[in-house]
Design a protein around this ligand. Structure first.
Ligand code: NAD
Length: 294
């Protein structure tokens, strides 16, 4: 008889659409199997219309919790009982924990990014950073960096539909944290260069560099990078974006989005199981160990 799934196995779900491409089920199930924990993680195709019923189902089935991705990250708040500070400030949730019927929404993306920096030996607390982006990933990073004690954040975005969100993020950071946040137009490349010059770290938190914009970057040339600037990207597919490649050639230390992906999952894993994800093992599985050894 197969023993992996038993009558006592606890269920954790992922509610998003489309979602069949996600590597979260493989990541969490690998960690459960490695630690011998009796949980199973399954992806469910849930869109905005099905979300309320899906959350009701989570409660009725007494599931441990779930991950939430697009298009549900904002909408799910109204079906939950409590929000973590980062989820409340960002207005988005990627992890739900069910404690005896009380559902709490967390946002672990920003925590994941900050943990990935720490894991790489990068300390940004009390320092200035520059962030490009105002969407989901960028907002999570900006808010968490401010909550964690980064001194100053220069935020750049193009004047698209995310501009108002960037303005709101700057306002929240100013009102709710001790961090100095300023918003600039990403089309002002002279300003971008100046802000990057006295920052210790630059992060691309836009989708530029990933399909269908693979091979692209808004950084015009290598003169934007100096060797002691740490350059990071939230994108992990491709593993090295055009921007990271340019930064590496300019002598910068570069970090891709795999660590953020791993550690946002590790935070959720801990919230559900109370156990630490086996990070060294997962890095091997994700092919991150070879990168670190290089
Ligand atoms: P989003 O749609 O919420 O935001 C998109 C951002 O990209 C906005 O700031 C937008 O202004 C900017 N943008 C889009 N086209 C642009 C262009 N031509 N020039 C300049 N800026 C442009 O997306 P998101 O959910 O924040 O995801 C952004 C990226 O982050 C994606 O590549 C996603 O795969 C990645 N991501 C990684 C992780 C991780 O764990 N590593 C987690 C979440 C998202």
């Amino acid at each position: 008889m197969a023993e992996r799934i038993t009558g006592r196995t606890e269920l954790i779900g992922l509610m998003a659409y489309p979602i069949r491409h996600s590597n979260s089920p493989a990541m969490h199930n690998e960690a459960f199997a490695y630690l011998g924990l009796d949980y199973a993680y399954l992806a469910f195709e849930v869109d905005n219309d099905a979300l309320e019923d899906a959350v009701r189902g989570l409660r009725a089935l007494r599931m441990v919790g779930c991950n939430v991705s697009m298009p549900n990250k904002m909408l799910i708040r109204q079906y939950l009982d409590r929000l973590s500070p980062a989820a409340e400030l960002c207005g988005a949730v990627n992890t739900v924990v069910n404690e005896n019927g009380v559902l709490t929404g967390y946002l672990t993306d920003g925590i994941g990014y900050m943990r990935s920096l720490k894991d790489s030996g990068v300390d940004v607390i009390g320092k200035k950073i520059t962030v490009a982006g105002a969407g989901g990933a960028a907002t999570a990073i900006e808010i968490q960096a401010a909550l964690d004690g980064v001194a100053e954040i220069s935020i750049f975005n193009i004047r698209d539909e995310f501009w108002e969100n960037a303005q709101a993020t700057v306002k929240k950071i100013r009102e709710r944290t001790n961090c100095k946040a300023t918003l600039y137009d990403l089309d002002d490349l002279d300003r971008l260069k100046r802000e990057m010059e006295d920052s210790c770290l630059f992060v691309n938190a836009t989708s530029v560099g990933m399909k269908p914009m693979e091979g692209q970057t808004f950084i015009p040339d290598q003169s934007f990078f100096r060797p002691d600037l740490i350059v990071t990207d939230v994108i992990y597919s491709p593993k090295e974006t055009a921007m990271l490649q340019m930064a590496r050639k300019a002598g910068c230390r570069t970090i891709n989005g795999l660590g953020m992906m791993l550690f946002q999952g590790a935070e959720a894993f801990k919230l559900w199981t109370g156990k630490d994800m086996p990070i060294a093992h997962m890095k091997k599985i994700l092919g991150m160990q070879e990168e670190e050894d290089r």
